[in-house]
Design a protein around this ligand. Sequence first.
Ligand SMILES: *[C@@H]1O[C@H](CO)[C@@H](O)[C@H](O)[C@H]1NC(C)=O
Ligand SMILES: *[C@@H]1O[C@H](CO)[C@@H](O)[C@H](O)[C@H]1NC(C)=O
Ligand SMILES: *[C@@H]1O[C@H](CO)[C@@H](O)[C@H](O)[C@H]1NC(C)=O
Ligand SMILES: *[C@@H]1O[C@H](CO)[C@@H](O)[C@H](O)[C@H]1NC(C)=O
Length: 525
Amino acid sequence: MVLSAFLLLFLSMELSVAHRILFLSPISTRSHTNFVKPVIKGLVERGHFVTYWNGLLAKNQGANALDETANLRLLYSPELDELCDDHNVDFGAGTNNVYLLFELPKRMEKYCKAIYRDPVFHQLMDSQEQYDLIIVEAAVNECILPLVHKFDAPFIYTMGAMPMPWHLDAVSSPLAFDHYSHIGSSYKNEMNFWQRTYNTLSGVFSVYYWRWIVMPVADRLAAETLHIENLPTIEKIENKYLSLLILNTNLGLNYQMATTPAVIQAGGINLGPAKPLPHDLEKFVNDSGDAGCIIVSFGSLLRTSDLPDDMRRLFLSTFARLPQRILWKWEDKNKIGNNESIPSNVKFMSWLPQADLLGHPKMRLFITHGGVNSIQEAVYHNIPLIILPVFIDQPINAKKAEDDGFAIHLDWSNLTEEILFDAIQKILTNSSYAGKMEKVSELMRDQMETPLDRVIYWIEYIIRHDGAPHLRTASRKLSLHQRFLFDVMLFVFLVDILMFYVFIRVIRYFCCSGRIRKCDLKKNN
Ligand SMILES: *[C@@H]1O[C@H](CO)[C@@H](O)[C@H](O)[C@H]1NC(C)=O
Ligand SMILES: *[C@@H]1O[C@H](CO)[C@@H](O)[C@H](O)[C@H]1NC(C)=O
Ligand SMILES: *[C@@H]1O[C@H](CO)[C@@H](O)[C@H](O)[C@H]1NC(C)=O
Ligand SMILES: *[C@@H]1O[C@H](CO)[C@@H](O)[C@H](O)[C@H]1NC(C)=O
């Protein structure tokens, strides 16, 4: 009797703080999904009711998988999975950040069309459900914002990497182009005059470009397909309802940037002690002896099997010279020619339990593209890196990691067997990399609370305070020109011109009048 009364009390206490949260990431990548999953698990454990729409089907997730429970509803879309599984990017020179930026309208159109076609979107659009908060994955999911308008609830953006300038602009956080390089320019934090000029001009351009060219694509498709009366533009919905931006960055690992209180840095949210490996994999790693193991993975967005043939041969012939065992994430075995000899120390695997492998005592080195999750996992487990960045935030991550001394940054453009071999030898024999790694690892872990606790606190805070409008800086009300202070700069420029003009007139007045007096004197003589 006492027990059941206690239980009832406990349940009602739980329910009184339970909120309904809608999590939207119809367009996603594996790494962005990995960033938000712990948040979803955490919210569910706190007793909230979470509906999670993810464009990626649950595959190969091991211990990371989410299970539907009484307060977690999972919505999947097979058609979107095809899109999210292959974002059409590869190692080619064409896939650089500037190219990706100019391709955005086309991508936006493709993603919006797919979302507006999807049954899950219409199921949500037609539902009578109510939500206290909506969370949206920030990378090209903007066409989902009509749902925010429909549910009339505050929303949060999560970004599974460093922010794009338009994400910071959306919460009116300083763009800080003097010290914060955006991915379009990919500089370090210390920039010379020309780098700062390029970083500023291209960064400001990218924000206008996003607002004036890319967002209108979503508006046009929403108007054409949804036929919702008086639907505000995506930009207006964003400005009205956006409460918080959660980033996958970390003070010990990323370059610093100034932010408004509505930006939360939660990098490292998915880190934890390594779990045991599957038996045959553990045996392979165990049997590597003193030499140990090397992991090679270029993430999930890029397919290693798309690696050009000459690069694959370069890696294989380098690995053949090493005593280490190599575990290589390789999706498609058919892509390797039949007559090609694979060194006996190399094992191809279509999927790797990367974080658990990095936590194994036999691991010596990680060769990677430098995605933010890979770097965080390596730093957490103290494994030095060789980084061969391709695009998005990877070039900046590689530069920062090299600056911090725990990684060697190599370029695809002039990679040779000798360069790769030397870099591997240097990392394996020179203890300075491991020493620097330990220092950064300590920095990354030294936080007041876990990143997950921080994120959960802020999510509940936003709900408790109805979107927390007091966190907004007043610049959210300004136009883009005012926010960039273009009006002030124009005014100062015009005043300068005016003062210069007056100055010249005054000089001329005195000079001339002097001359006239001289002239007059001459005449009088
Ligand atoms: C691998 O080595 C560890 C430590 O020596 C041992 O505990 C474990 O049983 C080994 N696993 C296999 C599969 O051999
Ligand atoms: C392997 O076979 C392909 C064609 O099947 C050929 O072009 C290539 O030269 C061969 N490579 C070697 C190393 O024999
Ligand atoms: C490779 O190219 C990059 C620039 O593309 C350059 O900074 C680097 O020094 C080059 N490395 C070698 C070994 O030539
Ligand atoms: C180890 O590497 C660091 C950083 O590249 C370098 O400064 C140092 O001279 C190297 N030490 C040895 C013994 O090669």
